[in-house]
Design a protein around this ligand. Structure first.
Ligand SMILES: [Zn+2]
Ligand SMILES: [Zn+2]
Length: 420
């Protein structure tokens, strides 16, 4: 019997974990975490370790790899994914331990075992895991991200992980042609209800607005995720020959170094290299104080101002109307970033922000139109399983696709098993 069990990521964005079960062997695609309102990690559901032949990882974001160490406590289950994903996952998991270690059922030993048991795979290389044949193809989300295609005894299944169809300095559009022979598609639906503006336009607006703020005497703070978004913005500034000082702070540097070592994974290598060579990495408090006095751009984690050096910069810069804060990603509920957009305040005790506030849509997830394009490209599709989305995005998109394309759509809860 062939089935798909949703261990996490059903009706939620986060803790992605999809199990493929065939002839009493299990393959698990991603094993990530989510966080509850109090910032406690929430892990996916579990499967009997003896059934699991391996984990295949789509990309290194924590909501796709964060819970992997759980299966390295008393077992040595192999993990497969690109080399880039492995190298970034090592950093992400270390950082996760640093921030949430006391709340996790694993430690450094298990994190190290994830990396030691990781067998790097190239895109389009077919490999065997138990009875399964597996192939990775480009997902266009962040460097190293991949679709996972699984050949089972009866059906070909593909899982998108997170995916995007546009050109950015870091990644090329996803290879949707690789989904042609797929019968069952498990797809992310983060933006099932929205289309994004043209990326080229967003890039130009971002650079020009930064110039405008600086030319009228201000400093620009860009709180950004240290994985991929920060490097993308730095590469955008380099691509447009940004003439003012640029600083970056946080884990951005280490991830950039990993990307510099694996140029095959980077779309516009020369812009990223230029950013690496010319922009200033902040590594001390002295340099931080210098950066806030400078008329320039500061790119720093965390992306929703939930912590990291960005919070310190924010406190220094936010009371001057000449300065600006550029938010560059989705701002989740209960984060300072979201509160700023809704009330102009960092938290209920803070004064209203005086600096200029701008939001730029640098999303790395496909919007509604492109998600449909992905579904269309799977021309042998029998079932579409929608995950990694909020309930409203999932149901709206599911209904539309069913009506327009006549596809059999399933929107599972976490814990649900779908017999194929
Ligand atoms: Zn992701
Ligand atoms: Zn994700």
């Amino acid at each position: 019997m062939l089935s798909i069990k949703v261990l996490g990521g059903g009706m939620e964005v986060g803790r992605a974990a999809i199990e493929v079960l065939d002839r009493n062997e299990a393959l698990i695609l991603d094993y990530g975490v989510n966080f509850d309102q109090n910032d406690n990690p929430v892990l996916p559901l579990q499967e009997t370790p003896s059934l699991i032949k391996g984990f295949v990882i789509s990309h290194a974001h924590l909501d796709h790899v964060g819970a992997l160490p759980l299966y390295q406590v008393s077992t040595d289950i192999p993990v497969y994914g690109t080399e880039m994903s492995r190298n970034i996952a090592e950093l992400m998991l270390k950082d996760f331990l640093k921030l949430s270690g006391a709340k996790l059922p694993f430690e450094w030993v298990e994190v190290k075992k994830v990396i030691d048991n990781w067998k790097p795979k190239k895109l389009y290389e077919t490999f065997e895991v138990g009875n399964f044949k597996v192939e990775l193809s480009d997902a266009g989300h962040i460097p190293g991200s991949s679709y996972v295609k699984v050949y089972t005894s009866t059906k070909t299944i593909a899982y998108t992980g997170d995916t995007n169809l546009i050109n950015t300095p870091l990644v090329k559009p996803a290879d949707v042609d690789s989904l042609r022979d797929v019968n069952v598609l498990v797809m992310e639906t983060t933006y099932g209800r929205f289309n994004h503006p043209s990326r080229e336009q967003v890039e130009r607006d971002f650079v020009n607005t930064a110039r405008e703020v600086i030319e009228t005497g201000g400093t620009v703070l860009v709180p950004a995720f240290s994985l991929a978004r920060s490097q993308e913005l730095l590469a955008v500034l380099a691509k447009y020959d940004f003439e003012y000082p640029v600083y970056y702070d946080g884990m951005v540097r280490e991830i950039m170094e990993i990307m510099m070592r694996q140029r095959d994974y980077i779309n516009d290598w020369s812009s990223l290299k230029k950013a690496y060579d010319e922009f200033n990495y902040v590594s001390s408090w002295e340099e931080r104080s210098k950066a806030v006095r400078e008329r320039g751009v500061i790119v720093s984690s965390a992306g929703m101002l939930k912590g990291g050096p960005a919070v310190w910069y924010f406190r220094k810069l936010s009371s001057n109307p000449k300065n600006a804060v550029f938010l560059v990603s989705y701002q989740a509920e209960n984060t300072p970033g979201r509160r700023l957009l809704e009330t102009g305040k960092f938290d209920e005790y803070s004064p209203v922000l005086k600096a200029r506030l701008e939001l730029f849509d640098f999303s790395s997830h496909a919007g509604r139109k492109d998600l449909k394009k992905i579904v269309k490209s799977a021309s042998n599709l029998e079932k579409l399983i929608l995950v990694h989305g909020s309930p409203d995005n999932l149901t709206a998109f599911g209904k539309e696709v069913k009506e327009e394309m006549g596809v059999d759509v399933i929107i599972p809860q976490s814990g649900q098993e779908i017999v194929l």
